[in-house]
Design a protein around this ligand. Sequence first.
Ligand SMILES: C[S@@+](CC[C@H](N)C(=O)[O-])C[C@H]1O[C@@H](n2cnc3c(N)ncnc32)[C@H](O)[C@@H]1O
Length: 252
Amino acid sequence: MKPTAWQDRVLRGFDRAAERYDRSAQLQRSVAWRLAQLCRREGIPEGLWVDLGTGTGHLARALEHLHPDRTVLRVDGSRAMLRGHPDHAEVLHWDLATGLPGWREAPTLLASSFCLHWLPEPQRVLQQWIQRLSPTGLLAVALPVEGCFPQWQESARRCGVRCTALPFPSSDALLNNIPKQQLRLARQVTYTMASPSLPLLLKPLRRIGAGTSPQSPLPLRDWRRLQQGWNDRQNDGQLRLTWVIQLLLIRG
Ligand SMILES: C[S@@+](CC[C@H](N)C(=O)[O-])C[C@H]1O[C@@H](n2cnc3c(N)ncnc32)[C@H](O)[C@@H]1O
């Protein structure tokens, strides 16, 4: 499949953000560690371990830290993201929208955090990744899903303003067609951020390069209306934004 203009925009957004990514990616770092710990508990067979959409390598690093004798191949479509990886790390520049690279051995770990939702038809891609695992291999995925950013969705609805957040796949769609005996864990976790203003609340999204939207940008007056309509202020006057993250562990 040919990479689309959308994929190109997404990757250029991450290219531009690569240098400052780590400074604003606290949530991504924390989810990567959580996923790596779940993988360790589940047990990963020896063999080829891959971090898909590795970015600056949070998940690969967490996995290698928890398994000091292992190395993880880091795959990403953004050259700038791959530039900062340590010299010893094996990296591969690859657009995952074109499918997975061909490997001589089937991977025993395909791990991916905050990448699948950027690819076209995430549920189909998930199935493809499962099919590429070695029979005892493990697929470990974390991604935001439908229901993410409820405050943003609600304020947009209330104010009659378009919600320009990226549409996320539903958990049901992702889990559809995954045989029960292969599904080792499906857990949703939430993280809530707070900030005194909407621009500050959304700043980390933009800083990590995740601000690309399939929709045209909102005019300033609509952003102002969105902020005024934001309902989730507690006594501290802060605006809140909740991430809903799906964690999945699937056996090959
Ligand atoms: C939000 S970052 C997550 C990075 C890392 N996994 C983490 O948790 O910090 C998303 C990553 O997916 C990569 N990505 C998005 N679309 C991609 C594609 N089509 N092919 C390869 N990588 C892609 C981006 O370049 C970026 O590094």
